[in-house]
Design a protein around this ligand. Sequence first.
Ligand SMILES: CC(C)(COP(=O)(O)OP(=O)(O)OC[C@H]1O[C@@H](n2cnc3c(N)ncnc32)[C@H](O)[C@@H]1OP(=O)(O)O)[C@@H](O)C(=O)NCCC(=O)NCCS
Length: 204
Amino acid sequence: MIALRFGDLQQHSDVLWLRGGGSVTVRFIEPRDAQVLQGYFRSLSVHSRYNRFLGAMSELPQTELDRFIHVGEGGRFSVIATVTVNGVETIVGEARYAFDTDTASFEVALSIDDRWQGRGIGSALLRNLECRAAAFGAKRLFGDTLRSNDVMIGLARKSDFAFTNSPGDWKLVRFEKHIDLVPQEIPCASWQLAAQQTVHQASA
Ligand SMILES: CC(C)(COP(=O)(O)OP(=O)(O)OC[C@H]1O[C@@H](n2cnc3c(N)ncnc32)[C@H](O)[C@@H]1OP(=O)(O)O)[C@@H](O)C(=O)NCCC(=O)NCCS
């Protein structure tokens, strides 16, 4: 598995270029982001929050917020997509992912601020998550979404995911994709490098 340097998480930041111009930065969440992240979730529309958490939720419960800000615990990671607005770093999206070494599966969930939806950030973030999955050595990338979530389903379809029933919940559909990339094929420079360094360390 990829070796992340938790003491220096900023080295794992990515800049994602958007189709209409402009960019967002994706970086791991840090404990100092807790309140801003909670503010981000509170500011989502009821509809977006419902779709993100697969049910009604007004904010993250404190225990869940603690999990979000402790990156890497239990093989789970949270990232935020940010832009600078009037000199202030502003969260425009987030994603959470979990890597299961036993099944080489990488599970994702994401959201984009309502005011920033429809600009290609979700697509760019999902592509970035694919790079992260490949760097971890995942063979399968998947997520569960509500059957009623046309936008997420449209995004997954456009991103070449296949669909199956989510085990145990008829209200959900699972989007999934097989990943079969060697490190040098990973289409994100930073994650290609991280994967190559891991292979190099393992063989040294
Ligand atoms: C789903 C979500 C992440 C998409 O993010 P986004 O930044 O708006 O997505 P993009 O702008 O990259 O659009 C991606 C694709 O979604 C699809 N899409 C967008 N709106 C759509 C709609 N109303 N119906 C169907 N498909 C739609 C299109 O295929 C679109 O690609 P296109 O613009 O090239 O046609 C965002 O809407 C969101 O945060 N929703 C609330 C939380 C959520 O549903 N999370 C998913 C849980 S896993």
